[in-house]
Design a protein around this ligand. Structure first.
Ligand code: SF4
Length: 239
C-alpha cells in the first residue's frame, strides 16, 4: 500500500522525460572501472562540470512498487553524451526505482528503505565521474575527468554502473535511469516533481515520529489531501 505514494509524481516525471525525447542507451556491463570513494577529480584534471555554478543540477531517486511505471531496467539520455560536451552544462539524473513491495513494509521500515535507496548515489564511483552533492541547496553536480573522457567515458558506462549499484539492494526489481544535458529541457518542472517527492518522504517521516492525528490542526494537511495513501499510512501506523 505505502509504495503507491509517489506514483503520481513518477507518472508526471515520466511524461516530462518522454516528451523531451529521451533516447535509449544500451544496457550491459559497460566494463568501466570503479575508483575508491576518496578519489578526487581536481579542477585542473577536469574536462568540464555538469551542473556547476548556477546551472541546473538535479538528482532524483523515486521509488515505486508499480510494475507498469518501471517495467524493466532502462537507460536513457536527453541531450548530448559526455564525449560531445565541450563546456560546463546543465544536468539532471533521474532514477525511477521499482522495489518488491513486501520487502519494504510500512512505517519506519518504509522510510529507511526509501532513504537507503536515495543514498545509493554515494555508493558508486565510476572512474572520471565525480558526483558532488550540495546539502545546502540540494544540487547534484558531476565533475568529468579529462583523462577518463579521452579513454571513452560516456553515459552508457556510468549509467550501467549506477543501475548495478541499485541492484545490490535485494529489494530492487528494476531501475529506469535517465540523464539530461539538453539546454532547452524544462529543469524547473523536473525540480518541482523532485521537491514534491521530497515533501512526501518528509511527511512519511513526520507520520512516524508524531502521534498527533488531528488532520484539521496538522500542517501537513495539504500534502495528505493531494497524495493518495499518506492518511492511510498515518492511521494504520497507529496500532
Ligand atoms: S494524516 Fe492528518 S494528521 Fe497525519 S500527517 Fe496527514 S494531515 Fe497530518
Amino acid at each position: 500500500m505505502g509504495m503507491k505514494l509517489y506514483d503520481e509524481t513518477i507518472r508526471a516525471c515520466r511524461k516530462l522525460l518522454e516528451e523531451a525525447g529521451a533516447r535509449a542507451l544500451p544496457l550491459g556491463d559497460g566494463g568501466w572501472p570503479d575508483v575508491s570513494d576518496r578519489s578526487m577529480i581536481l579542477r585542473s584534471d577536469m574536462a568540464y562540470e555538469l551542473g556547476s555554478g548556477q546551472l541546473p543540477a538535479v538528482g532524483a531517486t523515486i521509488v515505486t512498487a508499480n510494475e507498469a511505471l518501471v517495467p524493466a531496467d532502462a537507460l536513457s539520455l536527453i541531450g548530448s553524451d559526455l564525449p560531445e560536451i565541450r563546456q560546463d552544462s546543465p544536468y539532471a539524473r533521474v532514477a525511477l526505482v521499482r522495489v518488491r513491495e513486501d520487502t519494504l513494509g510500512e512505517g519506519e521500515k518504509l522510510y529507511r528503505a526509501i532513504r537507503e535507496l536515495e543514498y545509493t548515489r554515494y555508493h558508486f564511483y565510476p572512474e572520471g565521474f565525480m558526483m558532488r552533492v550540495s546539502a545546502a541547496n540540494q544540487k547534484e553536480s558531476v565533475r568529468i575527468g579529462r583523462e577518463a573522457l579521452s579513454r571513452g567515458l560516456d553515459f552508457t558506462k556510468t549509467g550501467n554502473r549506477m543501475i548495478s549499484a541499485f541492484h545490490k539492494n535485494p529489494a530492487v526489481k528494476a531501475v529506469s535511469l535517465t540523464y539530461v544535458t539538453e539546454q532547452e529541457f524544462d529543469y524547473r518542472a523536473l525540480l518541482g516533481y523532485v521537491k514534491e517527492a521530497e515533501e512526501i518522504t518528509k511527511t512519511i517521516d513526520h507520520i512516524l515520529k508524531n502521534v498527533m492525528m488531528d488532520c484539521t490542526a496538522c500542517s501537513l494537511q495539504k500534502v495528505c489531501d493531494e497524495v493518495e495513501g499518506l492518511r492511510e499510512l498515518h492511521f494504520s501506523n497507529k496500532e
